[in-house]
Design a binder for this molecule. Structure first.
Ligand code: SF4
Length: 430
């Protein structure tokens, strides 16, 4: 979806490490936060996501997730019809009826997310009150939680942030005298989660919990003895909510590539007083595997210029990885929102002079991209096709959210995702 009107001119703001950050508030071409449902519904296995939205929202979800024929999907859209928009029907009564029907038909649902959209915002449907009302009505059977995925309030990955932040108040308090624990925050592919958990446990760090958990009964405890590591860079609200529960955020690079994964693990090791020797023994073999896997890709990518349009908020850590481990040159790194605290270590490692942009004015950014003629442009689906037609080589940023790319054993795959469009372009030109 495209969302957001042009409202203000671009502005520049000083950033000590990187010179000026170009701040833009124009027309955006970014998915809305509903997209996160596509990966979250796979992760939280007893949850159901009910979007309270329009046919457009239903269409977005259906096309982003693909048509599910054989499995009963764990998401749906309660369509707000014209008469609801016109205030002719009681939208709350209608919502209760749909939820009651759904829960009667799907007894396995333990957690129901009511997901707000642009239309539900327009008619000012109070989904947080609806969640309280429906939790009380289905007491003991299902927990109803609400968050917004609307394109007015959220971009692409901010839907996951809103979802996880809504879960934080439901996390049980850690018991008095509980040992220190580590909470890894941000949805990861199961294979990545397993690898990172093993590495942490090999160093004697534990208990290790994950948010999102796989189900209601596995919600991790939280409290002052909880340290948490973000596995994804877009979790500003979730981090704030966890800090509000007394947990402490460990600052680190994000686990992209060999360096990012090592520094992410090192942050946990330092906080849990792991000896340098134990740390080295735990990471040296997978680190060597990651470096070896990157080698052939470095040969193809070194010196290539890469331009990031703002989309997933993964842009800054990815640019750091591509610059430092594959010798690519980031030309412009755009991100929908730049959290300087969470990204402090990442920003410090970007090559000097990398242009950073926050927010978007898509036409101006397209002009800058055309002027730069980068070798590779990482962008949303809507921008990719026109740029390809102009002879630029693109990578869809949504693929980076749907692929397992964190951790040592995925470092080579992440590099390969960047190599593939270049190879495709070379073949086209031969
Ligand atoms: Fe479009 Fe808004 Fe629905 Fe997203 S929430 S699909 S931007 S109408």
């Amino acid at each position: 979806m495209t969302a957001g009107p042009g409202i203000a001119p671009a502005a520049c703001e000083a950033s000590p490490a990187q010179g000026a950050v170009l701040r833009e508030h124009g027309q955006r071409a970014v998915f809305c936060g509903l997209t996160g449902i596509v990966w979250l519904h796979r992760k939280i296995q007893d949850a159901f996501f009910l979007v309270v939205g329009s046919r457009t929202c239903a269409h977005l979800l259906q096309s982003a997730a693909g048509v599910m024929i054989f499995a009963e999907p764990r998401f749906a859209t309660a369509i707000i019809e014209d008469r609801d928009l016109a205030g002719l029907a009681d939208a709350n009564a209608e919502l209760d009826r749909i939820v009651n029907q759904l829960l009667a038909r799907r007894p396995e649902i333990r957690m129901l997310f009511l997901v707000g959209s642009c239309p539900s915002e327009v008619i000012k449907l109070d989904l947080s009150r609806a969640a309280l009302r429906l939790t009380a009505a289905h007491s003991g059977r299902v927990r109803v939680v609400s968050y917004s995925g609307s394109g007015i309030e959220t971009t692409f990955t901010q839907g996951e942030d809103a979802c996880l932040a809504a879960l934080v108040p439901l996390l049980p308090a850690e018991p008095a005298g509980a040992p220190r624990s580590l909470l890894v925050v941000g949805s990861l592919a199961d294979v990545v989660e397993g690898q990172l958990k093993r590495l942490l446990e090999d160093m004697g760090i534990g208990p290790v919990h994950f948010l999102p958990a796989r189900g209601m009964h596995e919600l991790p405890p939280v409290g002052p003895n909880t340290s948490f590591l973000l596995a994804q860079p877009f979790l500003t609200e979730t981090a704030r909510a966890l800090e509000g529960r007394g947990a402490r955020r460990l600052t680190a690079l994000f686990p992209f590539g060999s360096e990012g994964t090592t520094e992410w693990l090192r942050a946990a090791a330092t906080a849990f007083n792991v000896s340098p020797d134990v740390f080295r023994k735990a990471v040296e073999a997978p680190q060597a595997r990651a470096r070896a896997a990157l080698e052939p890709h470095r040969f193809r990518l070194a010196g290539k210029r890469v331009f990031f349009f703002p989309d997933s908020q993964l842009e800054v850590p990815l640019a750091r990885f591509l610059a430092r481990e594959l010798n690519m040159q980031p030309v412009e790194v755009g991100t929908p929102y730049l959290n300087r605290q969470i990204l402090a270590q990442e920003l410090a490692l970007l090559p000097t002079g990398t242009r950073l942009s926050e927010g978007q004015d898509v036409d101006k950014q397209l002009d800058r991209c055309r002027a730069e003629r980068p070798d590779l442009t990482v962008c949303g689906l809507g921008i990719a096709n026109p740029l390809e037609a102009e002879g630029l080589t693109t990578k869809w940023s949504i693929e980076l959210m749907f692929s397992p790319i964190q951790g040592y054993d995925q470092a080579g795959d992440l590099a390969q995702l960047m190599v593939r469009p270049l190879v495709r372009r070379e073949r086209l030109e031969v």
